[in-house]
Design a protein around this ligand. Structure first.
Ligand code: SAT
Ligand code: MN
Length: 594
């Protein structure tokens, strides 16, 4: 006998037999007291928000200053993605590959269903239908997340096209990704984020934070997405997408991969410096790109999301003025500090440091406090529609044609400001061997250099060697593949200071990249790739920037590069039996050039 209520979907839910059967099965399992089917309406948002405030899940912020904005505090044990608790459950361990945690599907289902059994007693199950991509896009995918977190239901409304629009796309017999999320007691001992690519299913338990639980994002759009992309001949990548418009109205689009918390959102929303009057950057996406060859042989990209889940600390009117506007309304903040007048605060915000506030855990904080007021991985979830720089093409179901793919990491040494790959295969090698210093976006130590191929190490839903092979194979489906570049905004000089100002000034590098794609900018051949000449990057109007600094930012230290190639061994050994031979040859070629 079940104590759970029968599921009574609203009239807009399609008569999809498999959907109904699965939801009923999960209700049976989790035994919620109530089941609520989300429709994505304004009225629903108001009701759920009021309930979340009532329950203390959201704190209403000063509505005069920040209309529609709320603060959420996560459990202090649950503040970032946890890679060691993230699993790819394919039939064989080889399919998941050596860079993923693997568990046999049967074993994982048993464990997680065991944890989920009765886990929603006394709680509400929200049935959250969502669409990744836009209606009518050949790439769009429907997901349904069953969650006992009202914070997740409200956040999914921001981050995806949630509600009726997803039901309409699903229809009576469409395919959808099944997602089950149970908070349990938010205990890292009972926290698992499990993916079952062969069943198009995700189960997440024991967390209530970001990428662990907003299942459309890393779980569907990247881990399952990458798995599907290989089968269906498209690419799911951890990339921002932006448009560069010149004063003459020429438009180019680039996609760029950086690991989490390395400035993708800032780059995607950058405002060009004064010297670039007439240039305009527009944002198509800030985190994820789904890309597919178009009929003209170019690579077309869409942003499958509808909102941004961006890092807050360090955001200000200099580093990202557009983000400041974006998150001034309709935003859910997680783990920032709260000032006495109901405003939010974080390290690096404009204006004076508050004399006192409540830190991200709700404890009294003053400037004398030793700990940070906002958690280093505190985030905003805001609808992309609020972005002043939003590209109208962000809603175009066909996507935008990509001229350049950029790989970047956070590297204090070795990697120059920018260089261009000799060709696609070389570009794949550069992406595959990229590395970055770890950040607060994932639990664990920060600041350690690790290989993070294509910024996909935590997000590739299958064997990384097969993923590289997929990249190489995509070339055959493209008549005009994008040019591939590598950038490093984070290189430091001998004095420990950054050699490049970054942020809006990255426009200068971007212009060189676009000019290269259009065949307009000269470059010289170096052992690592094509590089700008010493005056190749326009530094006009850049304050305190002597030419020697640019020389240093662009310099190649061959000893450092030899060490770099040796450090790649770690990855090459790990993937040895799966590595495409093209990448081994590329490495040999690089060694011979060095
Ligand atoms: O995975 S999250 O969405 O929490 C953020 C990130 O790491 O990019
Ligand atoms: Mn990301």
């Amino acid at each position: 006998m079940t104590t759970a209520p029968a599921s009574q979907p609203k009239s807009g839910v399609p008569p999809h037999a498999a959907l109904r059967a699965w939801v009923n099965e999960m209700i049976e399992l989790c035994q919620p007291d109530h089941v609520y089917w989300c429709d994505g309406s304004e009225a629903e948002k108001e009701t759920l928000t009021a309930q979340a405030v009532e329950a203390g899940v959201l704190i209403e912020l000063n509505q005069e200053k920040l209309p529609g904005c709320y603060l959420h505090r996560s459990n202090p044990n649950d503040v970032a993605r946890v890679e060691e608790l993230t699993f790819i459950c394919t039939r064989t361990p080889e399919a998941a590959g050596p860079t993923n945690n693997w568990k046999a599907p049967r074993e994982m289902y048993e464990k997680l269903y065991g944890l989920a059994r009765g886990a929603m007693r006394g709680r509400t199950m929200y049935v959250v239908p969502y669409l990744m991509g836009m209606p009518g896009s050949p790439l769009a995918k429907v997901g349904v997340e069953l969650t006992d977190s009202i914070y997740v239901a409200l956040s999914m409304r921001i981050m995806t096209r949630m509600g009726q629009i997803a039901w309409d796309t699903l229809g009576a017999d469409g395919r959808f990704t099944k997602g089950l999320h149970c908070m349990l007691d938010i205990n890292p001992e009972r926290r698992y984020i499990a993916h079952f690519p062969q069943d198009n299913t995700i189960i997440s338990v024991g967390s209530n934070y970001g990428g662990n639980v907003l299942l459309g994002k890393k779980c569907l759009a990247l881990r399952l997405g990458s798995y599907l992309g290989r089968i269906e001949h498209w690419m799911a990548e951890h990339m921002l997408i932006l448009g560069v418009e010149s004063p003459t109205g020429e438009k180019n689009y680039v996609a760029a991969a950086f690991p989490s918390a390395c400035g993708k959102t800032n780059f995607a929303m950058l405002i060009p410096p004064k010297h670039f009057a007439g240039w305009k950057i527009t944002t198509v996406g800030d985190d994820i790109a789904w890309m597919k060859p178009g009929p003209n042989g170019r690579l077309y990209a869409i942003n499958p999301e509808a909102g941004y889940f961006g890092v807050v600390p360090g955001t200000n009117s200099k580093s990202n003025p557009n983000a400041m506007v974006l998150m001034a309304r309709d935003t859910i903040y997680t783990n920032v500090a709260l000032t006495p007048d109901g405003d939010v605060w974080w390290e690096g915000k404009d204006g004076p440091v508050p004399e006192q506030c409540l830190d991200w855990q709700g404890r009294l904080w003053t400037p004398a406090s030793k700990e940070k007021a906002a958690h280093p991985n505190s985030r905003f979830a805001a609808p992309m529609a609020n972005n002043p720089a939003l590209a109208p093409e962000a809603n175009d179901p066909h996507g935008v044609p990509i001229s350049a793919l950029i790989f970047g990491g956070r590297r204090a040494t070795t990697l120059p400001l920018v260089f261009q790959a000799f060709n696609w295969i070389h570009g794949v090698y550069i992406g595959a061997t990229m590395a970055s210093e770890t950040t607060a976006a994932a639990a664990g130590a920060t600041g350690q250099v690790r290989r993070d191929p294509m910024a996909m190490l935590p997000f590739c839903g299958y064997n990384m060697g097969d993923y590289f092979r997929h990249w190489l194979r995509m070339r055959k489906l493209l008549k005009r593949p994008p040019n591939v570049f590598c950038v490093n905004w984070f290189r430091k000089g001998a004095d420990g200071q950054f050699l490049w100002p970054g942020y809006g000034e990255n426009m200068r590098v971007l212009k060189w990249i676009v000019d290269r794609c259009r065949g307009r900018a000269p470059a010289w051949e170096t052992p690592v790739g094509w590089m700008p000449e010493s005056d190749g990057i326009d530094t006009t109007g850049l304050p305190d920037y002597p030419p020697e600094k640019m020389t240093e930012a662009l310099s190649l230290n061959l000893e450092e590069w030899k060490r770099e190639v040796l450090m790649q061994d770690e990855l090459f050994f790990k993937l040895y039996s799966d590595l495409p031979k093209e990448l081994i040859f590329q490495r040999e070629l690089l060694i011979s050039r060095l």
